[in-house]
Design a protein around this ligand. Structure first.
Ligand SMILES: *[C@@H]1O[C@H](CO)[C@@H](O)[C@H](O)[C@H]1NC(C)=O
Ligand SMILES: *[C@@H]1O[C@H](CO)[C@@H](O)[C@H](O)[C@H]1NC(C)=O
Ligand SMILES: *[C@@H]1O[C@H](CO)[C@@H](O)[C@H](O)[C@H]1NC(C)=O
Ligand SMILES: *[C@@H]1O[C@H](CO)[C@@H](O)[C@H](O)[C@H]1NC(C)=O
Length: 427
């Protein structure tokens, strides 16, 4: 009797999970992954104060923070909203498909065209959480100095919205009463990829591995399975990708999506690799130009640290910048973060199952890279720490969590002494 009840309960759970995809709230949705899913733990965790660090037995105190944040969760772009609508319209016209998947009859796209690419309610939550955690993490840096923070955004509205929501929460955390700062718009520093001619000519040619995986057996298996589920003869891989987009955005924003029922977790993992292939070759270690072009950002950061050290006056305590996945991934790569020993290829999915270059966890919505400069009390040394999505990481420059600034600077010499015009010149 007990086992009978138990099996009904288990069955019910499985059905609910399959229907709603609630089991999918994991970092498997590539750049569409909500921030909280990309973290092992979240919500209620106590924030560690990072204002001080021990180095060689002495206490070092924070003097500057460079924070590069990807914009918060947003609605899909117009391009995708239109593709979603068209796909649904087509499916709805087939009575056999609707009979099998009743939700298609009543489904209405929950993303309005006028909201395309702008901050969602989930995004507002992300900014609020991050404003609070960064405020708590670096309280000593910000307290009484809120007017010494330099904010920078891009020409895209979602970065402005991210800035606003983040600032509101930081201001509440620090209990500051400074006037609303006006962020600088700097597309050269934060959207360097849009200004770099050489990169643009490269990236057109760099989708070979993505294309091979796209047309390969792993993807074909998924498409064939969904074809069967729908009961249709023809279904393009592009259409499966559109279904995946709906699943990702609905699940992220509403915690529920009937469209997720076409996928298993294994399918999502395959699709995640497909997208990682594209990022690896277009924004990761695939080509040197991918990281070289981040010069305006890295040069600004290192120059700021140099100035702080040279003049030792407190004119700026932090650069807080809101940008895009296309910004963050080249910058991670420039610092050598998430580097695997092998290149990502269409034919080595299996051997890359525990790869470091994993966009779902490194670059979800609101992903952030913090680089903090500390001054050590007795020796006067300066040291650096890096934080990815709030967690301290081993810095490739010195192989540990705290680097002497002079070692950091030496290792990243090319990132400080770079010439963007020269890097991006096409012969
Ligand atoms: C849900 O996730 C758990 C653990 O992550 C796994 O064991 C289970 O098989 C998953 N269920 C479905 C329906 O994917
Ligand atoms: C968070 O922690 C507080 C106190 O430790 C507890 O009362 C609350 O239930 C927790 N909330 C969640 C969502 O875990
Ligand atoms: C910051 O918070 C204070 C309350 O602590 C409020 O009076 C003030 O208007 C806020 N400033 C901005 C720019 O939001
Ligand atoms: C989704 O679930 C999370 C966590 O359970 C909750 O905080 C959030 O409010 C939910 N969002 C919606 C739109 O229901």
């Amino acid at each position: 009797m007990t086992s009978y009840i138990l099996s009904i309960v288990l069955l019910a759970t499985v059905v609910v999970e399959l229907e709603c995809g609630t089991n999918f709230t994991k970092p498997v949705f590539n750049v569409m992954t909500p921030y909280s899913w990309a973290k092992d733990r979240y919500v209620n965790e106590t924030v560690t104060d990072e204002s001080n660090v021990m180095y060689n037995g002495e206490v070092c105190q924070i003097v500057n923070l460079n924070l590069l944040m990807r914009h918060v969760a947003r609605y899909p772009s117009l391009y995708w909203i239109r593709r979603m609508k068209n796909l649904h319209k087509m499916m709805k016209q087939n009575p056999d498909v609707v009979k099998k998947h009743n939700f298609l009859k009543t489904w209405i796209i929950p993303f309005a065209e006028e909201n395309a690419y702008s901050m969602s309610a989930l995004g507002n939550e992300e900014a609020t959480t991050l404003g609070r955690t960064f405020g708590e993490k670096f309280k000593q840096l910000f307290e009484g100095k809120m007017d010494l923070i330099d904010y920078t955004i891009t020409s895209k509205e979602v970065t402005q919205q991210s800035f606003h929501a983040f600032h509101k929460s930081l201001n509440e955390t620090i209990l500051a009463d400074a006037p609303m700062p006006i962020p600088t718009v700097d597309d050269e520093r934060l959207r360097f990829y849009s200004k770099c001619k050489k990169y643009r000519t490269y990236s057109d040619k760099s989708n070979v591995e993505y294309d091979a995986f796209f047309g390969g057996t792993k993807m074909r298996t998924i498409v064939d399975k969904i074809k069967k589920l729908l009961g249709v003869k023809n279904l393009k891989t592009e259409q499966v990708i559109t279904m995946h987009q709906i699943c990702a955005f609905e699940l992220g924003i509403f915690n529920q999506s009937d469209w997720c029922s076409f996928f298993t977790l294994d399918d999502l993992i395959v699709l995640d690799y497909l997208f990682d292939l594209s990022h690896f070759w277009q924004r990761g270690f695939g080509y040197p130009i991918n990281w070289q072009m981040s010069c305006p950002f890295t040069r600004h950061m290192l120059k700021r640290f140099d100035d702080i050290i040279a003049y030792q006056i407190e004119t700026t305590v932090a650069d807080i910048q809101f940008a895009h996945s296309y910004t963050l991934l080249p910058v991670y790569t420039a610092f050598g973060l998430f580097k695997d020993s092998n290149t990502l290829l269409a034919n080595n999915f299996e051997s890359h199952k525990s790869r470091l270059f994993r966009v779902s966890s490194a670059c979800p919505f609101s992903a952030n890279l913090g680089t903090a400069l500390y001054k050590c009390g007795v020796s006067g040394n300066f040291v650096v720490k890096m934080f990815v999505n709030e967690e301290e990481v081993n810095i490739p420059a010195c192989g540990s969590k705290v680097c002497l600034y002079q070692d950091f600077k030496q290792a990243y010499k090319l990132l400080g002494d770079c010439d963007f015009q020269k890097i991006c010149k096409t012969q």
